[in-house]
Write a protein that binds this ligand. Structure first.
Ligand SMILES: [Zn+2]
Length: 280
């Protein structure tokens, strides 16, 4: 199959109260692990990158890897831009062939956020590419984006309704207590607020910062209307931990065809486990 958009995936997940896993796709080994994990449980999957990832990989390589992954895979695969920081970044990804984009204007005042998101929707909708946007601020660290958790602001349901109507977005990332990066303790998620946001918006909701959120909480959020769940930190942690362990045990190994294997295997297992959590 070629890369598919996230539109049908999220629509079906939202209607039937399960969620699609979206995984940070940082390099070839991790991409192959994400696909293998999704295939083994037979679930559609979203590869997602920030702009710093495609800059690191190189856009032509990024596209070639994602397309090859989708063509080889036995499950539908989408390529999504996570936290697109500007109109230009989103356009670059649309031109390259991303099949789903997020524009993050969440640090802007409401009206400016609406304005930039609307502009992205106007560019993406005619070519059939769905748009995710964020309202409120999700705390923590995502690449170069650092939001002090004390300054993170929950999403207001009424504003969320207006935001969705005025922008025409396909999915919304609300701030209801999750944060990017690793948690020091289990976060206190605002499920009543999430429910009000769902009722006010009626579009698939996206959970950012799901690494470290308990299975019970993830399932509860899915029951309310979360249809896409983002995982990145846990994959990175596990991949790095496996590499460190391998080199401690095999300090002279120099063959990338050997030392990446245990890390890849571990990420496959983790992706299987995470997708397993999303089945409502
Ligand atoms: Zn995020």
């Amino acid at each position: 199959m070629t890369l598919v958009t996230t539109k049908e995936m999220l629509k079906d997940a939202y209607a039937n109260r399960y969620a699609i896993g979206a995984f940070g796709a940082h390099n070839l080994e991790i991409i192959k692990a994400i696909i293998a994990g999704a295939e083994s449980v037979g679930a559609p999957v979203i590869l997602q990158t920030t702009s710093s990832t495609y800059k690191y990989v190189g856009m032509p390589y990024m596209m070639a890897m994602a397309k090859a992954a989708a063509e080889q895979a036995s499950v539908p695969v989408a390529l999504h831009l996570d936290h697109g920081e500007s109109f230009d970044t989103v356009m670059k990804c649309l031109r390259a062939g991303y099949t789903s984009v997020m524009i993050d204007g969440s640090t802007l005042p409401f009206d400016d956020n609406v304005k930039i998101v609307k502009r992205v929707v106007e560019a993406a909708a005619p070519i059939g590419i769905p748009v995710e946007a964020e309202l409120g601020t999700i705390g923590g660290v995502e690449d170069d984006l650092i939001v002090d958790e004390r300054l993170a602001m929950f999403t207001d349901p009424e504003m969320a309704g207006r935001f969705v109507r005025e922008t025409g977005i396909d999915s919304l990332a609300p701030a209801f207590g999750t944060a990017h990066g690793a948690y020091k303790k289990e976060p206190d998620l605002q499920f009543d607020l999430l429910k009000e946001i769902r009722e006010a918006t009626d579009v698939p909701l996206v959970m950012h910062g799901a690494s470290g959120v308990s299975e019970e909480s993830v399932k509860r959020a899915i029951g309310i209307g979360v249809a896409k769940v983002n995982f990145s930190t846990e994959l990175k942690d596990l991949f790095a931990e496996q590499l460190r362990r391998f080199f401690l045990e095999h300090p002279t190994e120099n063959d990338p065809r050997k030392y990446f294997l245990p890390a890849r295997e571990a990420v496959i297992k983790l992706v299987e486990k995470k997708i397993g959590m999303l089945q409502g």
